[in-house]
Design a protein around this ligand. Structure first.
Ligand code: XMP
Length: 494
């Protein structure tokens, strides 16, 4: 049992109000800490991070980042059409680290100048050459940096400098891409000492490219969250309105989505019916229900729907763009909510089985301008209090992988990105009102706001830092994994 200090019992407290006391002598290195955890009953993550279904946070790019780094992304549904959301699922499912699909190609009639122009725009030199300069015609050669670097005459046609098809080493689509096996392409690259390997179909048309530098990068993603077909996993948010949700869930399942988050600011009765319908019609889909914020609701849902629910999403208004607590006088301090609900789940486990908790919202790190050190204190606290994963919005909205452009804020003198609550007027005008069950109402009370968050650069740099920070926090307390942390954490008020 973790120890909760008596001063905290029956009190409301936030992450900032508590600290974790180190009581053990660590005898292992930081990188030996294992963060493996359950996202849902049947989906295991190596990193306890979930990106929030918000239209300034999770579309395909974010979902790919999260899955590659061991977490998972939930794609929002604030699109004009269901198909637009499902298209994002397709992008995640088709993504295969290591393969460059739709590569830029040129024709033998193009010149060295064209190669330099493309290099300026995209930063690479290797280009397959096809009969008519599109992917619809046959491969006739390849141009790489070696072929153009000492050439002075920019008007020279590529037909004169390319390595022609008969001297090219290529790989077959059926033996690489179709098996989702970049390593077989890597073997060919090494064997022939190549920088670039075109992948072709039976018609000798290029379908993808593998480069030595990309292969090196994919070796980094040993934590990736994948299904049995080696595709990255992703979830979608669906509305808590049966009629709409049915179509979305059906299309999501066809696109290969791994599960759904039935999205609402509080659990509606209708959600339980959607959960039941989903399990009856798509038993492979994992179902997340929420949001919840008290032990009473945990018990109620377990009683009514434990067999239809694979994880709880927990948080009543702690988010950075939330105004529910101020506006409506209801909600909960997140840290105490996580403790209460996880205790209830534990107490009821013998009767209803294990169900993981996603602590949603309120994760902050100090925004020190000019530092890029990720400080994951709140995340470790959420895990210590009993959550299996944390869901984050504002922390991830500043990354390159979130939708929207970065801007310069002259008053603050820093780069920022926009982040908006799904209950803000701006988001509701699109479709976000569904989340608050007020889409048909003439008078809408906003429960969210639009804010700016600091621009944080590439998530491929940021997330590994955050992971290292959590491992360091566990190591300091002498815990080798989340289970040990949850069994022995010593939680005290500050
Ligand atoms: P953070 O703190 O990570 O929180 O930015 C993300 C979570 O905030 C919730 N959310 C909202 N809550 N009004 C609310 O009361 C809103 O407009 C709103 N939009 C998002 C959501 O649970 C998300 O995962």
């Amino acid at each position: 049992m973790p120890k909760l200090h008596p001063d905290l019992v029956n009190k409301e407290f936030w992450y900032k109000d508590i600290t974790l006391i180190p009581n053990r002598l660590p005898d292992f290195e930081r990188d030996e800490v294992d963060l493996t955890t359950n996202f849902t009953k049947n989906i295991i993550l190596k990193t306890p991070f979930v990106s929030a279904p918000m239209d300034t946070v999770t579309e395909a790019k974010m979902a790919i980042l999260m899955a590659l780094t061991g977490g998972i992304g939930v794609i929002h549904y604030n699109f004009q059409t269901i198909d637009e959301q499902i298209k994002e699922v397709g992008k995640v499912k088709r993504f295969q680290a290591g393969f460059v699909f739709n590569p830029v190609v040129l024709s033998p009639q193009n010149t060295i100048k064209d190669v330099y122009k493309i290099n300026e725009k995209y930063g690479f030199f290797s280009m397959p050459i096809t009969e008519d300069g599109t992917l619809n015609s046959k491969l006739v050669g390849i141009v790489t940096r070696r072929d153009v670097r000492y050439r002075k005459d920019m008007e020279t046609k590529l037909s004169q400098v390319m390595t022609p098809r008969e001297r090219l080493v290529v790989a077959k689509k059926s033996e690489t891409v179709d098996r989702n096996d970049p390593l077989s392409a890597d073997r060919i690259l090494r064997e022939h000492n190549l920088d670039t390997l075109p992948i072709i179909n039976e018609e000798d048309k290029v379908v993808a490219l593998v480069t030595d530098s990309d292969i090196r990068k994919t070796e980094k993603y040993s934590l990736a969250t994948k299904n049995e077909n080696k595709q990255l996993r992703t979830f979608i948010a669906v509305e808590s309105r049966m009629a709409l949700a049915k179509e979305r869930i059906g299309k999501g399942s066809d696109a290969g989505v791994d599960g759904i988050v039935i999205d609402a600011s509080v659990v509606f009765k209708e959600q339980l019916e959607i959960a039941k319908w989903t399990k009856e019609n798509f038993p492979k889909l994992e179902v997340v229900l929420g949001n919840i914020g008290s032990a009473e609701i945990v018990e109620r849902i377990l009683k009514e729907a434990s067999q239809y629910c694979d994880a709880f999403r927990l948080g009543m208004g702690p988010g950075a763009a939330c105004i529910t607590q101020q506006e409506l006088g209801t909600g909960r301090a997140q840290a105490s909510a996580v403790w209460d609900c996880s205790q209830a789940v534990k107490r009821l486990e013998p009767k209803y089985g294990f169900i993981p908790i996603i602590a949603d919202g309120g994760i902050k790190i100090p925004d020190l301008i000019d530092t890029d050190i990720a400080k994951p204190g709140d995340i470790t606290k959420a895990l210590a209090l009993g959550a299996q994963t944390v869901m984050m919005g504002s922390l991830l909205a500043g990354l390159d992988e979130s939708p929207g452009q970065k801007e310069f804020d002259y008053e603050e003198n820093r780069m920022v990105k926009k982040y908006r609550g799904m209950g803000s007027i701006e988001a509701m005008e699109k479709r976000g009102a569904l989340r608050y069950g007020i889409e048909k109402m003439k008078i809408r009370i906003p429960e969210g706001k639009v804010i700016e968050v600091p621009y944080r650069g590439s998530g491929y740099d940021f997330i590994p830092q955050l992971i290292a920070g959590i491992k360091q926090s566990l190591q300091k307390q002498g815990f080798k994994n989340i289970k040990e942390l949850q069994e022995e954490a010593d939680i005290r008020p500050i």
